[in-house]
Design a protein. Structure first.
Length: 276
């Protein structure tokens, strides 16, 4: 995060973190209760129907009795950092400063821990606002390696989660994300390249390319976030710490023959070490 007392200028810190300098000085206007509830409903609708754009989400909310225009729905979706997930013609150019990488997982047999990690960001509604959650997951076991909360969508909290995962679990062979600016920023990709980790990125709006972490978000929200309606980031951080411990160590997955992600991950590491 930006430290205004640091020797580096605010401008230089923003350049290194790929932040817009105006956002450092911006003081957000508190959300109304109506907007918070609309964002909560948009988030749930997007989870269930990720291919819905603002028009269909507006229609879905109207059917539930929420009277909001499409422009307002579109504005709140932008604030939440979500959009319809489907392939459509390229209508805008990517930031030339950010390199995009090819998708490396097509037809790849992923059978062991630390072969592929993946990451994604999701919106977390709270009783008095919202924040963003990034998680890093081992693809083969669904084990959540690290996560962070942030009230902004800059790259720094993603880098912190990545560095924690590497410090605790070593390096994967491949790291897969979408093409979000947090993951294409040099401050993030430089960490991967310095460890000789191959970088893989989904096709634009191809949610199936990172399907397992999309399923994680549905579990997190329906099994924890929506039930508890956290009042603050501090409360959300405490609650999610408990949830991810449950998810990793207690929650059985049908695809794993009644094993937890933790069992699958560490069993795979043990087999790898035994074969070495």
């Amino acid at each position: 995060m930006i430290d205004k007392k640091d020797k580096l200028s605010v401008k230089r810190q923003c350049e290194l973190l790929d932040l817009n300098r105006s956002g450092v000085y911006y003081k957000p206007v508190p959300l109304s209760e109506t907007d918070r509830e609309l964002m909560r409903q948009i988030d749930e609708t997007h989870l269930n129907y990720p291919f819905y754009g603002s028009r269909n989400i507006r229609n879905e909310l109207l059917s539930k009795g929420y009277n909001a225009g499409r422009d307002k729905i579109r504005r709140l979706m932008r604030k939440m950092g979500i959009e319809a997930l489907y392939v459509k013609p390229k209508l805008s150019w990517s930031d030339p400063k950010h390199v995009k990488y090819p998708y490396l997982l097509r037809d790849l047999q992923i059978t062991k821990a630390n072969q592929v990690w993946c990451a994604d960001i999701t919106y977390i509604p709270m009783a008095r606002g919202f924040c963003y959650l990034v998680a890093i997951m081992d693809w083969s076991s669904r084990y959540v390696l690290a996560w962070r909360l942030s009230n902004t969508l800059d790259s720094s909290f993603c880098v912190e989660a990545l560095e924690e995962a590497i410090a605790n679990y070593g390096c994967p062979e491949i790291f897969n994300t979408d093409q979000g600016s947090q993951f294409t920023a040099e401050v993030f990709t430089d960490v991967l390249q310095s460890k000789n980790i191959a970088i893989s990125m989904d096709g634009k709006r191809r949610w199936m390319d990172n399907v397992f972490i999309e399923r994680l978000w549905k579990s997190v929200k329906y099994e924890d976030v929506y039930l508890k309606s956290y009042s603050s980031m501090m409360e959300a951080r405490k609650g999610l710490t408990q949830y991810f411990k449950f998810y990793n160590e207690k929650r059985w997955h049908g695809n794993f023959d009644r094993k937890t992600p933790s069992m699958v991950y560490f069993d795979s590491l043990a087999q790898k070490q035994a074969a070495a």
